[in-house]
Design a protein around this ligand. Structure first.
Ligand code: AMP
Length: 435
């Protein structure tokens, strides 16, 4: 199967060929024919599966075929994405796929000048990629209207729900052309998605490449049971073994990520951080440097790292486990992209055991143990509070306040080594890893 067999215009197939894109990925093979037939599509696929082209190519094909010029302050297609970085990545891909055509692609995201964005929209565009907040600003300023928007894509829709964009989406929905084609892509299918799908999709075809919540198989996953206070030392030890490889380290809080990144930098790692406290420019520069291999370790919160397409990431470290199990799947999906191998390593402290259990339940699999012993869940133990606010808990190296545990002292705070030893084996005790 190749792209012209999917019915795409020969000139579009040629543009793809020039970019080395010749064989459709499974989500493209499944979604493109339905999208070309004008059907609404609900796609369950992770970033890295080629979903941008899966929704982008049919829209580009239809726009080229129609040959209609957009009216001022309108866009024929709208792609909504939860983060600025993801939106930029989509816009970059669509710009590459429309190379040599008359189609205009615009990107509107927060943190960038609104005046230039208004100007870009003044003459009308064919494809507008936006984060919901900035789009609403521009709608309020009457810089753009959506009544001629006949193609709509909601990308990483589950993440939009997580990030509370549901109100923004409710405002945007009635402004769109009634007679339109909508595609929704999501890595997971949480219950709330039903509302979103009900609002936006009509008689949608569902296509799916990985069962939701299950990680791609090429990723070698492992878990170290380690006291919170010993995590930074263990991380440094692990990173040190593969200094030349790209690694992303996920932390829970903005503050924690920043602190951890500074520790790593002091230890001589070419590191950078991206999180919500960094300006858009800083985030973009950190990302570019990482993509170019100038920095090797990127410390990030979920919000900043979601959906990013960075080839060659060999290691994903979960310094803190995510509060929401599905985010684990997204995080580890940053590695083993495009057929490469990757490792996902989780550092789990006693008070993260409930998160770990949730993750294993969602994946229907146990993660092999690399070191330490499974902590026992204490009666009444709850999940750690969400790190969203950038407070002082979690993330950073060293001892957390309120948890009387000593580095080197197995078990430290509330957790005790559990009886069950899980597969995969090393025998490092938490005490050793604290050294
Ligand atoms: P995505 O899942 O859309 O973020 O795509 C991940 C990466 O795969 C992007 O860099 C795309 O340019 C690339 N890609 C998309 N489709 C194909 C394909 N059929 N063959 C090779 N690479 C592709």
């Amino acid at each position: 199967m190749d792209f012209d067999m999917l019915g795409l215009a020969p000139r579009l197939v040629n543009v793809l060929k020039e970019q080395g894109i010749t064989d459709p990925t499974p989500i493209q093979t499944q979604a493109i024919p339905h999208a070309m037939n004008g059907r609404d599509v609900m796609g369950l696929a992770q970033t890295g599966s080629g979903k941008t082209a899966a929704f982008g190519l049919p829209m580009i094909h239809a726009l080229l075929k129609a040959g209609v010029k957009p009216n001022p302050k309108t866009s024929r297609g709208l792609i909504l994405a939860p983060t600025r970085e993801l939106a930029k990545q989509i816009a970059d891909n669509l710009t590459a796929y429309t190379k040599g055509t008359h189609l205009k692609v615009a990107l509107v995201v927060g943190g960038a000048g609104i005046v230039a964005q208004t100007k870009r929209l003044a003459g009308g565009v064919d494809l507008l990629v936006a984060t919901p907040g900035r789009l609403i600003d521009l709608l309020d300023r009457r810089a753009v209207r959506l009544d001629e928007t006949i193609y709509l894509v909601l990308d990483e829709a589950d993440q939009m729900l997580d990030m509370g964009f549901i109100h923004a989406l409710r405002r945007i929905a009635p402004l769109l052309a009634k007679d339109r084609q909508t595609m929704m892509f999501s890595a997971t299918m949480p219950k709330l998605m039903g509302e979103l799908a009900g609002t936006y999709l009509t008689d949608a075809v569902r296509v799916q490449v990985n069962p939701p919540g299950q990680a791609v198989k090429k990723i070698n996953q492992s878990v170290h049971f380690v006291a919170q206070a010993a995590k930074t030392d263990l991380l440094i030890e692990l990173l040190d073994k593969h200094r030349d490889e790209l690694a992303i380290v996920f932390g829970r809080t903005k503050h924690g990520c920043e602190k951890l990144y500074k520790v790593l930098e002091k230890k001589g790692f070419a590191a950078a951080s991206i999180h919500g406290n960094k300006s858009q420019g800083q985030r973009q520069r950190a990302l570019e440097a990482f993509k170019a291999g100038k920095t090797r370790v990127l410390v990030a919160t979920d919000v900043a790292a979601r959906g990013l397409d960075i080839p060659d990431v060999r290691f994903v470290y979960n310094y803190d486990l995510p509060n929401v199990a599905e985010n684990y799947v997204h995080r580890i999906g940053r590695t083993a992209r495009a057929g490469a191998d990757g490792s996902a390593v989780a550092l789990v402290a006693p008070d993260e055991m409930i998160e770990l259990k949730d993750i294993e339940k969602a994946m229907k699999d146990t993660i092999p143990v690399a070191s330490g012993r499974e902590w026992e869940i204490q009666p009444g133990q709850k999940k750690r509070p969400n790190g969203g606010g950038g407070g002082r808990r979690g993330g950073g190296g060293g001892q957390r306040s309120g948890a009387p545990r000593a580095a080197g002292k197995p078990g430290g705070g509330q957790g005790k080594p559990g009886g069950r030893r899980r597969g995969g084996g090393g025998n490092r005790s938490r005490g050793q890893s604290a050294a």
